[in-house]
Each structure stands twice: as structure tokens, then as C-alpha cells.
Design a protein around this ligand. Structure first.
Ligand code: RRO
Length: 306
């Protein structure tokens, strides 16, 4: 379906439609990202990358829960210098914005990785301040408004591309953290990362994941993410990208009505493959037509009218 009112500008980036690949679900190769774009995604976010290479945790790193997946991959990545080669390759082939998910263990590390990603061709960066189980940081930077603001300010001073910030649901108030991120200069907020969770094997009487605790994604978390998007929309002005259990066009439209300008798809790709994007985009287009709405922007936050 051509355009159908779905194209728009998000934090300075032109998107043909409001769907994006969520960080984390797929690897780093140019071929994988290209497949996602062929499937219909309006933008892609890479897996998180940090300064030095990391192996990640031992297996098992993923376990199926009744309505989703629990993962504790442990941020496996080749390090930004190696990944920069792949970014250059991807950039020459992709026709959609490429956003690199950036992780660091200090504000300076975030800034350094972001600079290298942008120098290699990233159109924007998404700061992953919300991995639910990377132990070295003690707690997620995204749980502490002061540390979060330092990271965002340092990155904003280092790159001239849009800075998305991916927030954690594992906090007392997502709204407080969202306000801190906006005040520090975030250009958009991605809501949300995975929810802390675990599974125990009754035969071995042991946690299933090698890391014991992981992050839950998939349809189980959709209502949680939706509620956070709804609450944050009422308090911040920067655009929100909804993320959490979105698997079909109805889920995507729900997030837009709650206040998201775009949505990220992750776990659903593991079940349905890259064509899930086309299904969602076609369904959204048909919905706008049925509702006689010219642009997708008109439905963002529509559920808030009293
Ligand atoms: O790699 C991971 O284990 C991981 C990351 Br960095 C993240 O941000 N969220 C998640 O559920 N897993």
C-alpha cells in the first residue's frame, strides 16, 4: 500500500511508515537489517553496541514464557569499532533511517560509542539506559534521573543526530524518568525495554536462564507498555515510540491512540518473520481509510480527548 497517509517526520527523520525494528531481536549483519526493510519497516534500530566487545552470558539465554520470551543475552556485541564496518555496509544498502542502539558504562562511553556510530553513518542513536540485567553498572542508568541526564547531555553535546532514549519499566515512576530525559535534551523516548522476570525448572529446581533473571517481552507486556506510553504522553512533549508486545496492526494503532508517534516491533518477528511489518502497515493504512483520517499524525494521542 503506497503511503496511505502513513509517512511522517519523527525527531527530524523521515519515515515512510511508523513501524521500526526494535533493538535486540536480530543480529548485526547488513543482510538481516536489509530483510527487515524488505519486510516493510519504516526504520531500523540495531542491537545494542558498546565500546569494547562482549561475549554475553552463557546459555540458556532465552526461555519461552506463556505469553512471551524471557531473555538474558548479556549484551553480546562486537564492540563499536568492529560494528562500525557493518554500519558502513548497511548504510550503502538501506533506504530507511538507521538508528544505532548505544550502551555504555559511563556518560563518556555512551558519547564515544554514539560519536563512532554517527561517524560510520547512523542517522540517529537510541541510548539503551534500561537493560534489565547487565550487572556491571550495579543498577540501570535509566533508574537514576541524575545519571540519566548526565548521559543524555554528554551524548547530545557529542553528536548532531537525533537522540532517542529507551526507558525502563523497572522503575517506580516511568513518568519521572521520562521528564528527566526530556529536560536533558532527548529528542524522542522509546517506551519500553523488557520487564524483569524469571522462570524456574521444576525438575532441576533451578532458574532456567544461566543469568537467573532476564527481561520479559512479547504480548504479556503489551498492556504495561501501553499504559506507560499513555501516562508519559500526558507529561512530555517529545515524541514517543511505543515498544512492547506489538504483534499486529490493532496493537500498533492502540499505541498511536495512547500517544506514540511510531511503534517498534521485536518479539513478533521471531514468530512471524519480517513480513509482520507489511501486515501492520497495510492494516494501519486500511484503518486510516476506514476512519477517513488523512494522516497518521491525526490519531496520535487521540484516546486522551475527554
Ligand atoms: O542483551 C540483553 O540481554 C538485553 C538488553 Br542489552 C536489553 O536492553 N534488554 C534485554 O531484554 N536484553
Amino acid at each position: 500500500m503506497k503511503d496511505a497517509g502513513l509517512s511522517f517526520r519523527l525527531a527530524g527523520l523521515d519515515l515512510a511508515n511508523p513501524t521500526m525494528l526494535a533493538s535486540g531481536i536480530l543480529g548485526y549483519s547488513a543482510e538481516t537489517l536489509e530483510n527487515i526493510v524488505k519486510g516493510g519497516a519504516g526504520a531500523v534500530v540495531t542491537k545494542s553496541v558498546c565500546l569494547d566487545p562482549r561475549e554475553g552470558y552463557a546459555n540458556p539465554t532465552v526461555v519461552q514464557a506463556s505469553c512471551g520470551l524471557i531473555n538474558a543475552m548479556g549484551l553480546p556485541n562486537p564492540g563499536i569499532d568492529e560494528f562500525a564496518k557493518e554500519i558502513r555496509k548497511v548504510k550503502s544498502r538501506l533506504k530507511v533511517p538507521l538508528i544505532v542502539s548505544v550502551f555504555g558504562f559511563s556518560a563518556e562511553e555512551y558519547a564515544s560509542v554514539a560519536r563512532k556510530a554517527v561517524a560510520a553513518g547512523a542517522n540517529g542513536v537510541e541510548l539503551n539506559v534500561s537493560c534489565p540485567h547487565v550487572k556491571e553498572t550495579g543498577s540501570e542508568i535509566g533508574q537514576n534521573p541524575k545519571r540519566l541526564a548526565q548521559v543524555i547531555r554528554r551524548v547530545k553535546a557529542s553528536v548532531e543526530k537525533p537522540v532517542f532514549v529507551k526507558l525502563s519499566p523497572n522503575v517506580t515512576s516511568v513518568v519521572d524518568i521520562a521528564e528527566a530525559a526530556e529536560n536533558a535534551g532527548a529528542d524522542a523516548l522509546t517506551i519500553m525495554n523488557t520487564v524483569k522476570a524469571m522462570a524456574i525448572d521444576v525438575e532441576t529446581a533451578m532458574p532456567v536462564l544461566a543469568n537467573k533473571v532476564g527481561g520479559l517481552s512479547g504480548s504479556a507486556v503489551k498492556p504495561i507498555a501501553l499504559r506507560h506510553v499513555y501516562d508519559v504522553y500526558e507529561q512530555v512533549d517529545v515524541p514517543i515510540v511505543g515498544c512492547g508486545g506489538i504483534a499486529d496492526w490493532r496493537d500498533a494503532v492502540e499505541f498511536l491512540l495512547a500517544g506514540a508517534s511510531a511503534v517498534q516491533i521485536g518479539t513478533a518477528i521471531a514468530v512471524e518473520g519480517p513480513l509482520v511489518f507489511q501486515e501492520i502497515v497495510n492494516g494501519m493504512g486500511a484503518y486510516l481509510k476506514k476512519k477517513k483520517v488523512r494522516s497518521v499524525k491525526e490519531i496520535v494521542g487521540l484516546s486522551h480527548r475527554s
